[in-house]
Design a protein around this ligand. Sequence first.
Ligand SMILES: [Zn+2]
Length: 466
Amino acid sequence: MDKKNDIIAAKQSNTFLDLFFALSFFAKTDRSARIIQKSLLLKGTYLRRYRSLAVVSLFASAVLPAVAQTPRTKPVTDAQVAAITRDAILIDTHNDVTSKTVTGYNIATPNKGGQTDLARMKGFLGAEFFAVFVGAEYVNGNHAANRTLQMIDTTRTDIIAAHPNDFVFATTADEIVAAHNGHKIAALMGIEGGHAIEDSLRLLRDYYALGVRYMTLTHFNTNNWADAQGDFEDTKVKHHDGLTPFGKDVVREMNRLGMMVDISHTADKTFYDALEVSTAPIIASHSSCRAVSDHTRNMTDDMIRALAAKGGTMQINFDCAYLSQRYSDASKPLMAELRPRYMEAMKIEDPAARSAAIEKLQEESTAKLPPATLADVVAQIDHAVKVGGIDHVGIGTDFDGVGCVPVELSSYDKFPALTRALLEKGYSAADIKKIYGGNILRVMRAVEQRARELKSTPAIETAIGK
Ligand SMILES: [Zn+2]
């Protein structure tokens, strides 16, 4: 089966998607195998070195006065952590639990093996951007708009309308703040995959009218007007060198409507084109830093700086492979090994049996890999802040859309641990509030303001190909 089909098949399972994307992209190289071999050869040297280091440090702690030793972290009290948990508006800009609710999962019941359920959101989460995720397979036969509407409906019907005491439908920054003050979770929507508009700006406007407030220009697949990072090496795919003229009009129309432009998943050139064309700040709704974990789904330092210079924000993704180079390197040979079994599992017709087989494979692979940790999330945030600035970093977990997240951050109720870690690292309460929600609220307000400025300009009517 060719790589494009691998990617399309992988998309049918939202949970295993990222792992197997890594497989289809990296299976050609044996770089990771070489790294592991090298580290095994070096292990003996390191052990000897560590032994002598341990002797030195024992001597130092016995002889040197305590004051001479620099504390590694700032002391943090439970009260400080509790105050931030209470006051910060935690906004997650990417959550895929909608792929479960659309097939009948009730968010008020425990989500075994997943990360998102009401019990673990309440009291911790201020606002959720539910992903209106449209797999590339819906392009065939023009079912993308149908799927988009179904995903919008599951958010509005199965999540918001079914749980009116817990969720409130929101489309603006002010409505998020009002929901927080009313002790409810603001529920918003972001489309994932620009093929959702079926090359029509009319559909884009319809989705805005239904409440969608961002659109990820591509998913893993290049569409008719924007290049994705997921298939940029595939010579069978027709690429456009970033955005086509129509793609640029999509960005302009999003600005005019007041819909945030999201560049997670796009090719790097698409990012730079979108940034150049957009007259409002843009976002990466769920991407981490490539300098920390070298994955093309992550952003380079240059991209982070450019995004920040235009007032945007990047929202750190909690996928183990995007967080941790260690995990990413170890997963590549394992994914290659498990690939035939995964492809077999994908052929199972019964959806429940197919999910069970894929989940079993997922558990098997997770058990064999060095998991990403809370420290990796802190390192990602810290790098993004150092490169882009404290005003340009946020949270986009990708919960229920990825196979592996750090155990210490396996849902929203675990965020106090991240709060503590950031305080210990020297971040202030004000800094943490910006990261958790303040920055994305600022971007939303800027996008809303730009739409007000463009209110009198006519709707863009370009059709593709013109
Ligand atoms: Zn995604």
